[in-house]
Ligand binder design. Structure first.
Ligand code: NAD
Length: 341
């Protein structure tokens, strides 16, 4: 099947071309993101392959449908960027990669915890500058800390297991609690206010849904312990960035590690080192010494890229052959709480 890929980078081409030797689809790679202006590139392609920051709104979907697109193959787990009701109206199916490597994302969340705690970014630069002072590098033992895990699905569970290995106690919060979490030693479910009030480290692993938008807002931050470490590798919209900046200034948030940012579409996955960044909020966040920002790289391991390419191309083959789509994203009415990501 002819597939138009948007927002592609060299690594997408490398992994998809290699895995496609088993599937034999006709792949065309475009660097540009999908938008109403670029949708025309999908002409005569029944399938398009998209990533997290492509624009998949109603207007763009109409152009895609008019060009013959019948399948959106998302090479991501999250699908909050897709106008699902509109896609359903137009008869366009949506498939995704529900799980590729929970280890990749969970391990990156742990990386942020460790780097923030021991200030590895400062230490690295200091030693390169022949500055061997330890002033300002003081950390704390993770052993004995309480870690709050918001969303105990595939990634949240792996994160919890790793943190348990450090000797942490775990508090979980989930709209759909599961036995895998409580099977971890020193792990128990609590409600969100209790998790916020008692955790030294809070890591977000739930999907972005209307009910989780700005889950971490001024009220939630006020309920946290002073000096809490907040980690977000899920979706930027889970955090009210202005409230978090206020929390950092007041000392309520002592450390912030984020791999996602609410306005990341304008920034991430591009080299903007030669340009003037217009996003003042992002620049202010960057200026704090207790903040680490990575640019949506948590998924970026070779294991995950291979799994993403395999599941995506297999999803397309199932669609082409009229087989049931096990990874289809089915539109649910907005009032219902969804289990899907
Ligand atoms: P998952 O579906 O396995 O787990 C999500 C968990 O969140 C589930 O247990 C679900 O019950 C829970 N949940 C749903 N609604 C909730 C609510 N209102 N409050 C609290 N919990 C709720 O998903 P996963 O594979 O663990 O992925 C988690 C998130 O990680 C995804 O939503 C995605 O946005 C993000 N992600 C980020 C990257 C990255 O590179 N940074 C890569 C993959 C996934």
């Amino acid at each position: 099947m002819k597939v138009a890929f948007f927002s592609t980078k060299s690594y997408d081409r490398q992994f998809f071309e290699s895995v496609n030797s088993r599937y034999n689809h006709e792949l065309t790679f475009y660097d540009v993101p999908l938008s109403i202006k670029t949708a025309i590139l999908a002409t005569d392609c029944p399938a398009v392959c998209l990533f997290v920051n492509d624009t998949v709104d109603a207007a763009t979907l109409e152009v895609l449908a008019s060009r013959g697109v019948r399948l959106l193959a998302l090479r991501s787990a999250g699908f909050n960027h897709v106008d699902l009701p509109k896609a359903a109206d137009l008869g366009i199916k949506v498939v995704r990669v529900p799980a590729y490597s929970p280890y990749a994302v969970a391990e990156h969340a742990v990386t942020l915890v460790l780097a923030l705690n021991r200030k590895i970014y400062r230490a690295y630069n200091r030693v390169r500058d022949d500055n061997f002072s330890l002033e300002g590098l003081l950390g704390f033992d993770l052993h004995g800390c309480t870690v709050g895990v918001v969303g105990t699905g595939r990634i949240g569970i792996v994160f919890a297991q790793i943190m348990q290995g450090f000797g942490c106690s775990l508090l979980g919060y989930d709209a759909f609690p599961n036995a895998q979490f409580t099977a971890i030693a020193h792990a128990r479910y609590v409600d969100l206010p209790e998790l916020l009030a008692h955790s030294d480290i809070i890591s977000l692993h739930c999907p972005l849904l209307p009910e989780t938008h700005h889950l971490i807002n001024a009220t939630a931050i006020a309920q946290m312990k002073p000096n809490t470490m907040l980690i977000n590798t899920s979706r930027g919209g889970l955090i009210d960035t202005a409230a978090v900046i206020h929390g950092i200034k007041s000392g309520q948030i002592g450390y912030l590690g984020i791999d996602v940012y609410e306005q990341e579409e304008e920034l991430f996955f591009q080299d903007l080192s030669d340009t003037i960044i217009q996003d003042d909020t992002f620049q202010l966040l960057q200026s704090f010494p207790n903040v680490i920002i990575t640019a949506h790289q948590a998924f970026f391991t070779r294991n995950a890229l291979e799994a993403i390419a395999t599941t995506t191309l297999s999803n397309i083959t199932h669609f082409e052959q009229g087989e049931p789509l096990e990874n289809e994203v089915v539109y649910h009415p907005p009032a219902s709480v969804q289990k899907t990501v």
